[in-house]
Design a protein around this ligand. Structure first.
Ligand SMILES: Nc1ncnc2c1ncn2[C@@H]1O[C@H](COP(=O)(O)OP(=O)(O)OP(=O)(O)O)[C@@H](O)[C@H]1O
Length: 122
């Protein structure tokens, strides 16, 4: 149990370094970070219910995960070849598509939760 816990904690180091590196270098992730901060501020201001926090947290987490996986795939693809390759184009496009789908889902969740509350206030 103690060894298992120690290895779990040790694996946080590289994982956090990966997030930090991606945040420093990837403009899209910086945009997601800004959107996440805005979401949290708005959430506290509007007093979201627990289930609403669950929905927006899950939606934001999926977008972060998709963007980080997209970044990982881009790094690996560029390591494989910097030449124009059909397979690399398809792989990068599919990974970018995953981010797009996650972002569309998150936008839908955000609109459904935040819009009615903002509407009442305005
Ligand atoms: N080696 C390649 N061969 C063929 N097409 C490529 C190649 N590299 C990039 N592309 C095309 O250019 C697009 C953008 O790829 P790029 O690696 O520049 O991502 P990016 O602009 O950094 O994307 P993101 O904004 O998600 O970080 C890809 O989706 C793909 O269509």
């Amino acid at each position: 149990m103690h060894r298992w816990l120690a290895s779990v904690v040790r694996s946080f180091g590289p994982a956090l370094a990966g997030v930090a590196w991606a945040l420093k270098t990837q403009k899209n992730l910086q945009f997601h970070a800004g959107a996440t901060v805005l979401m949290v501020v708005l959430g506290f201001w509007l007093g979201l219910a627990t289930w609403e926090w669950c929905a927006v947290t899950l939606a934001a987490g999926i977008v972060w995960a998709a963007e980080l996986m997209n970044t990982a795939l881009e790094v690996l693809a560029d390591r494989v070849s910097l030449e124009r390759e059909e397979a690399i184009r398809r792989a990068k496009d599919a990974a970018a598509g995953a981010v797009l789908m996650a972002a569309v889902g998150a936008l839908g969740v955000g609109l459904m939760i935040f819009l009615p509350k903002l509407w009442v206030l305005l």
